[in-house]
Design a protein around this ligand. Structure first.
Ligand code: FE2
Length: 302
């Protein structure tokens, strides 16, 4: 088995590259690092967090869609060893080079929904302490996807990439961790495979408030939140970007700091003492399992 330790960046296809770059720089608050034009017959843009992490890649294409997700794996295993372990799990991969700034080589394969997973062991910061125009998240936190079979996706990510199940909401929503964060990928049952939302970690509630002010100034509705969730216990707000994708800003996500102990770091808002991974019954929580805050708007749910 290969063990993913961190999500790297998400690669999106977008029908309007200028508009997407404007969203990620002026609203989300990333920094445009590189913009290629007509590379391999397509235009691309790479965006970094203010901390210098490669966070989003954009490619001009016919429709908005999540194409690839990268994950960092342990540097102690070389690519040949990783490829061998993937093959043992029934997954064939290929090595790709010059993927993105700061990311020379990846091992790539498709997950069961056709989203490409890119594994990397070496990377470089894209600068540091950048000044940003928009909200300015600390990092890419998680990617939620609607899939036909959440159980099958959870099994794949656990079996092939070493993820662990943090929580289920009944049998329709699963949250998986690859490090102390409660979830880095999550899968909700939906009629067709599609990204459900992409989430970015903020510094604190004042940072969330700043993001609310910015969204209001830009006349971009907050379509859910502020709200504190049940599973993960994070405080979150959601809006739609210019490609109509849902974007979450969050803070205070549950941390499982010691896998041997097996419970989340004690926090005052936990339901259980100790709070362990479990299956939540959505009937005990209102409105998609949140603790406080208003229910999601129809715009979030559509
Ligand atoms: Fe989320």
């Amino acid at each position: 088995m290969v063990k993913a330790s961190r999500v790297g960046h998400a690669t999106f296809e977008t029908p309007d590259l200028d508009r997407s770059v404007a969203y990620y720089t002026e609203i989300n608050g990333l920094v445009l690092h590189t913009r290629d034009r007509n590379t391999r017959d397509r235009s691309r843009a790479f965006l970094a967090s203010k901390t210098g992490l490669l966070t989003i890649a954009l490619e001009l294409g016919g429709t908005e869609s999540l194409r690839r997700l990268s994950f960092e794996v342990s540097p102690h295993a070389g690519f040949s060893e990783i490829a061998k372990r993937l093959a043992a799990a029934g997954v064939n991969c290929e090595k790709r080079s010059d993927v993105a700034p700061g990311l020379s080589n990846v091992l790539a394969f498709d997950d069961p929904t056709g989203t490409t997973v890119e594994l990397f062991t070496e990377w470089g910061y894209l600068g540091s302490h950048h000044q940003v125009l928009g909200a300015g998240p600390l990092k890419l936190g998680h990617i939620a996807r609607a899939v036909e079979n959440p159980k099958a996706m959870a099994d794949f990510y656990c079996r092939v990439l070493g993820f662990r199940v943090s929580d289920w909401i009944e049998e329709y929503f699963v949250f998986l961790r690859c490090n102390p964060d409660h979830h880095t990928v999550n899968f909700v049952r939906g009629p067709k495979p599609k990204m459900h939302h992409i989430a970015f970690e903020m510094k604190d509630f004042a940072h969330i408030q700043d993001a609310c002010e910015l969204l209001a100034l830009r006349k971009m509705p907050i379509n859910w939140g502020p709200v504190r969730h049940g599973p993960g216990h994070n405080v979150a707000i959601y809006h739609r970007n210019f490609d109509d994708q849902i974007v979450e800003f969050y803070i205070e996500m549950d941390q499982l700091k010691d896998e041997d102990l097996g419970y989340f770091d004690p926090r005052p808002w936990h339901h259980d003492t100790p709070q362990r991974p479990k299956t939540w019954d959505r009937k005990i929580l209102p409105n998609l399992g949140h603790l406080w805050g208003q229910p999601p708007t129809p715009d979030f749910l559509r």
